[in-house]
Design a protein around this ligand. Structure first.
Ligand code: 5GP
Ligand code: MN
Length: 339
């Protein structure tokens, strides 16, 4: 396995040579796909199609409703569509491990020649034959943008909209610490090329909430607990809450960001009871604790400030363990700061 350009000046030529050499491509991304996952994959789909390649996209989970404004969303197929299809090249986007595309898909969608991994997670594994891993990039969409630029082909309108959406999503609308002057420069260029209205993109992604989701939010916020020192905040969502509000586990996404906004909170946690009795965990940090390391203790991963994992245990037991672990990380980080 070969890792390309994880540090220093990136040179994309090896990957671009693969794009030139082969004809049939499949793309995939992580389960419960978000704006960067769908955005980067549809941008690469558009680009490869425009340079004359045959491209198919297979995802384990359906495209969430709020991304159905993105051009090409309806070409994305499910696991069952793979059947005997074998692309020459499989490109996996925004997934820190191959299994993150979903275990069954990772076993059935097999490339004949090359597995390519494009990712920006701090915990990214170099599982590809070619790995374009750039933890300093704001998003996988930013990496795809740079890749296309190196191919020296103009970025099309549809592609620009997909890339912008991915970057906007993964920077929390240009608020997170991964937002740089360059991120804004790229975003500005994409708005010019795509001729879309940024406020409409925002509205499509964030302001299509079903009432049920707000009702769930109110249920979940009722479970809010903050540690005595005010630094760790947590909430939980149960199957009973989902049933009562007529929502599913996807509706829990984003709630963790709300509690992270509490003054003085360093680590925010949201755990969800899943139907198989396991617990899905979302973690956020204001910067003192690297939650990707915390999540890695439970076989999860992500970024320093946003990470997640699954724990095979009751959600309340998982929550207690997580708060204790977060406390340990807080203590370690405060001793680091006072040393
Ligand atoms: P979220 O809390 O929004 O679901 O996820 C935050 C970040 O953590 C994302 O970058 C996501 O890729 C990562 N993440 C969430 N759950 C898991 C998990 O179970 N395993 C790994 N490796 N990463 C996760
Ligand atoms: Mn991403």
């Amino acid at each position: 396995m070969k890792t390309l350009h994880t540090t220093g000046m990136p040179n994309y030529s090896t990957l671009l040579a693969v794009f030139d050499r082969y004809h049939s491509f499949a793309l995939s991304t992580h389960i419960n796909p978000d704006g960067d996952a769908i955005g980067s994959e549809l941008a690469l789909y558009t680009f490869l199609s425009e340079i004359g390649k045959s491209v198919k996209v297979f995802n384990t989970d359906a495209v969430p409703k709020n991304y159905k404004f993105l051009p090409g969303w309806d070409i994305i197929e499910g696991v069952n569509a793979v059947e005997t299809y074998r692309p020459e090249v499989l490109v996996v986007l925004d997934a820190s491990t191959l299994e993150r595309i979903g275990k069954p898909l990772s076993k059935t969608l097999l490339p004949i020649h090359k597995l390519v991994n494009i990712d920006h997670h701090a915990t990214a594994e170099a599982f590809g034959d070619i790995n374009l891993i750039m933890p300093a990039a704001s998003s996988t969409s930013e990496i795809v943008y740079k890749l296309i630029k190196h191919y020296q082909t103009p970025i099309g309108k549809a592609c620009a909209l997909c890339l912008y959406t991915g970057i906007m999503f993964d920077t929390g609308c240009f608020r997170y610490s991964n937002t740089t002057p360059e991120t804004h420069q790229i975003a500005a260029e994409l708005i010019e090329i795509g001729e879309f209205a940024p406020d409409e993109v925002y509205r499509n992604v964030y302001e299509q909430l079903p009432v049920a989701k707000l009702r769930l939010l109110s249920e979940v916020l009722r479970t809010l607990q903050v540690t005595n020192n005010g630094k760790i905040a947590s909430v939980y969502a149960t199957q009973e809450m989902l049933r009562k509000t007529g929502t599913n586990a996807d509706a829990v996404e984003g709630i963790v960001n709300q509690i992270q906004a509490i003054a003085g909170v360093e680590v925010a946690l949201c755990v969800s009871e899943m139907t198989d009795r396991s617990t899905k965990v979302s973690l956020r940090s204001q910067g003192h604790v690297d939650v990707s390391q915390l999540a890695a203790e439970f076989e999860g991963g992500g970024h320093a400030r946003a990470a997640g994992c699954r724990i095979v245990d009751h959600y309340l037991t998982a929550l207690t363990t997580l708060v204790q672990t977060a406390q340990r990380y807080m203590e370690q980080s405060s001793s680091k700061y006072t040393d």
